[in-house]
Design a protein around this ligand. Structure first.
Ligand code: MLT
Length: 264
C-alpha cells in the first residue's frame, strides 16, 4: 500500500498485524533501495518504507532541510501509523536519522539495525566537501555529481558483476530533483554528532557494514559496536557502502538471525 503522511510517500508491505520494521534509505536514493530486504521480510513482518523529503515521490519540498526535520518526519510517521515499537533500519543517511531518532526517543523502538553509517558528524573537510557539491550542482546541475557519488559508494564486486543494475540505480537517482540532493547535503552537513550517545543506547542494535565500504569502513563501525551495550556486528563480504543492495543474501541473513535472537 502507498499513501501520504506529512506530504511524504509512505509504502507498506506485509500484514499490518505483524511486527513492524521501518526502513530508512540512504543518500541519494529512495525507499526502493530496500526492495531486496522488503521482498524477503514482508512475509513475516509489516515493512514500512518511505521517501525522505525531496526524494522519490516525497517531492513537494523546498530543500531547506535539516536532520531534525528528517527525524520529525519519522516521528510523525510512527505516530500517525500508530506503530508499536518498530525495529528501525537505516542505511548511511538513514543511519544518521536513526541514531538521532534514538537519541530523541529510543523508547519508541524495539531495536535498531544500522547499516553502513557512522555516529560522527562531518568534520571541517567533510563540511567543505558538501559545500563544494552544492556549489557544483548550482553551476552544472546534479547529474554528474550523482553519478560520481554513487559510483564511489559501490564496491568493485558489484561494479564488475552488476554493471547494468548500477547503471539503472544511477539513472534513477539522477531523476531526483537538485533541490532534494542539495537539501539532504545541507541536512547531513549540519547534523549533530551522536557518538557520546552510543553508550546510552539501551535497545539491541545490529551494525552491518560492507567489507569494502570506503565511506563508513568496518573499522569505524566497529568503534560504534564497542560503545553500544547490546550490539551485534556483521561484516558483509563482496560489498561496499550499499551492502543491502550489493549482498542482500548475507545482509538478510544477518538481519534474520538478529531478529530471531532478540525474539522479535
Ligand atoms: C549515504 O549513503 O547516505 C551517504 O553516503 C551519506 C553521506 O554522504 O554522509
Amino acid at each position: 500500500m502507498k499513501f501520504q503522511i506529512n506530504n511524504l510517500s509512505v509504502i507498506t508491505d506485509g500484514d499490518k498485524q505483524s511486527k513492524p520494521i521501518i526502513f530508512i534509505h540512504g543518500f541519494p536514493y529512495d525507499h526502493t533501495m530496500w526492495k531486496k530486504q522488503i521482498n524477503s521480510f514482508s512475509d513475516s513482518y509489516y515493512c514500512i518504507s518511505y521517501d525522505i523529503r525531496g526524494f522519490g515521490e516525497s517531492s513537494q519540498f523546498d530543500g531547506q532541510h535539516t536532520m531534525e526535520m528528517f527525524v520529525d518526519d519519522l516521528e510523525v510517521i510512527i505516530e500517525e501509523m500508530k506503530l508499536d515499537k518498530p525495529v528501525i533500519c537505516g542505511l548511511s543517511m538513514g543511519g544518521y536519522i536513526s541514531l538521532r531518532a534514538l537519541e530523541r526517543f529510543q523508547n519508541k523502538f524495539s531495536a535498531a539495525i544500522l547499516c553502513d553509517t557512522r555516529s560522527q558528524s562531518d568534520d571541517n573537510q567533510g563540511k567543505l566537501k558538501r559545500a563544494a557539491a552544492i556549489k557544483r550542482i548550482n553551476s552544472e546541475g546534479h547529474k554528474d555529481f550523482v553519478k560520481e557519488f554513487i559510483s564511489n559508494c559501490f564496491g568493485d564486486h558489484f561494479k564488475q558483476n552488476f554493471s547494468e543494475e548500477l547503471k539503472t540505480i544511477i539513472e534513477y537517482s539522477q531523476s531526483f530533483s537538485p533541490t532534494a540532493i542539495k537539501g539532504a547535503l545541507l541536512a547531513m552537513m549540519g547534523r549533530t554528532d551522536t557518538t557520546a550517545f552510543l553508550e546510552k543506547i539501551e535497545i539491541p542494535v545490529l551494525l552491518i557494514c560492507g567489507q569494502n565500504d570506503n565511506l563508513t569502513p568496518p573499522s569505524v563501525m566497529k568503534e560504534m559496536y564497542h560503545k553500544i551495550k547490546n550490539a551485534e556486528f556483521a561484516e558483509i563480504e563482496n560489498a561496499g557502502h550499499l551492502s543491502p543492495i550489493e549482498n542482500p543474501e548475507m545482509v538478510n541473513s544477518a538481519i534474520s538471525k538478529f531478529l530471531k535472537q532478540i525474539g522479535y
